[in-house]
Design a protein around this ligand. Structure first.
Ligand code: MN
Ligand code: MN
Length: 455
């Protein structure tokens, strides 16, 4: 049996681990939506010497640029010394997480309460979202195109919101329901007020809310039609455990891999193969839309980059993509002794034992997965062993227990080598997810090794 990483780290490694995970918690706190993540990533990238690719007319080896797309996805390039046609080393993670989105006519009133109607985003256990403090993050776009940024529920003196649950005393019928329907999708509406204006008879509670929206944000009810308001758990990332070995936070799938990929991107210099980091939206609903991985925005950004290198042709673009190697940086399902019967101990990742590599994700007979090549896994083993990176070759749970997907198969369509590699998570997709700090650090070390040494 391999050793837990905690038994192997030197004092200086523990200092680096602590610095990385403290910065990671700050990233989680400022980036609770894909838009907030992109804003923060741009801020950090510019601090690290990256320039907006649109403002640069020519590129050469050593240049660092980023290209954001619709404020929800972003690509970073660190131009290497090798001919670009020989391919890039790509890290790709997603920055969207499961949550509740407001519907487009969200505001309504019932029995003196005002509510926002929601529609859940991504795979959630609906019963987990009741009776926890919730925050609203997002944007409202007025008809004239002006944008209002909203964030309510994170500051100490902000109000929070709640989805109610039935008191146990009256739950005899509810307690007999299946977990999938014990709280239904249409019941996930958030309670936002209960103080009717005295001089109004109808819709008094919503009138009050509208007045507050108008006074605070200068928006009208109609403006909510063109809004993207996301309901997320309120509160900050915290250390977890008496030994502080873990992090508990919302949205670690997949911001744990997004953050460590980004940190690795900033850490490597003088690369041979061009380094690339993709941080993308919409993975949790199938990588759809203009900002999802299935969109052409990434290919377009690579085409732009080639053009600015004076290297663009359709053929060179295809070669660049096909000759690239990628780690689809996404999370794995950590072994949980409380639910041992869905795991295969021989091929599931354990907390504190290193980066998770998944040859395939998917379900049933590997359906919907990217089945990475043995030759590529051998190359990765070589890179990780040379850099003393601990990794675990894993699968998601027992065969036929369920399954999941990532962006891996989409990049594989260009003919490049791709494997899933990231951090094991407990309570994945729950409002609060848990990771091991050692695994966060080891993923960062693995990503650095990959960007620097994958040939
Ligand atoms: Mn994920
Ligand atoms: Mn997910």
């Amino acid at each position: 049996m391999k050793k837990s990483l905690w038994q192997t780290y030197s004092d200086s490694q523990l200092i680096e681990l602590n610095r990385l995970t403290e910065d990671y918690k700050v990233f989680l706190n400022v980036g609770k939506t894909e838009r907030e993540c992109v804003t923060e990533i741009i801020r950090q990238a510019e601090q690290a010497g990256y320039k907006d690719m649109d403002t640069v007319s020519e590129l050469k080896s050593g240049d660092k640029v980023y290209k954001a797309w619709m404020g929800k996805s972003i690509v970073l390039f660190n131009i290497g010394k090798n001919p670009i046609e020989q391919g890039m080393n790509i890290l790709g993670a997603h920055i969207d997480s499961p949550r509740l989105d407001l519907k487009q006519n969200p505001l309504y009133e019932e029995s003196g309460f005002a509510y926002f109607d929601t529609h859940y985003y991504g795979g959630i256990k609906k019963y987990q979202w009741v009776t926890i403090p919730l925050a609203i993050h997002g944007v409202v776009i007025r008809k004239d195109g002006t944008k209002v940024e909203v964030s309510i529920g994170e500051k100490e003196d902000d109000p929070v919101f709640v989805i109610t649950d039935l008191l146990v005393h009256l739950s005899s019928k509810q307690m007999e329901k299946k977990a999938s329907v014990v709280v239904e999708g249409e019941s996930l509406d958030i309670l936002i007020g209960s103080r009717p204006l005295v001089d109004k008879e109808k819709e008094a509670a919503t009138e009050q809310i509208l007045q507050i929206l108008k006074d605070t944000y200068h928006i009208e009810r109609e403006d909510l039609m063109s809004a993207e308001l996301e309901v997320v758990p309120a509160g900050k990332a915290r250390d977890c455990g008496l030994d502080r070995s873990m992090i508990m936070a919302y949205g670690q799938d997949d911001r744990v891999c997004a953050y460590t990929s980004l940190a690795a991107m900033f850490a490597v210099n003088n690369v041979g193969r061009t380094s690339c980091c993709i941080l993308v939206d919409k993975e949790e609903i199938g990588s759809v839309g203009a900002t999802g991985m299935n969109s052409r925005f990434f290919e377009n950004a690579v085409a732009d980059m080639l053009d600015k290198l004076g290297q663009f042709s359709e053929l060179k673009l295809r070669h660049t993509m096909a000759n690239s190697t990628m780690i689809s940086s996404d999370v794995g399902a950590a072994y949980d002794p409380m639910y041992a019967d869905v795991y295969d101990k021989k091929s599931n990742p354990f907390f504190g034992y290193g980066m998770v590599l998944n040859k395939h994700t998917g379900a049933r007979g590997k359906s919907g997965s990217n089945d990475a090549n043995a030759e590529y896994i051998a190359k990765l083993r070589n890179v990780f062993d040379k850099n003393e990176v601990a990794f675990q070759l894993t699968e998601m749970g027992k065969i036929d227990a369920g399954g999941g997907g990532t962006i891996a198969y989409i990049l594989a369509q260009f003919g490049m080598e791709v494997i899933d590699g990231g951090v094991a998570v407990l309570c994945m997709h729950a409002p609060w997810e848990v990771t091991s700090k050692a695994d966060v650090y080891e993923a960062y070390r693995g990503y650095c090794a990959f960007l620097q040494d994958m040939k």
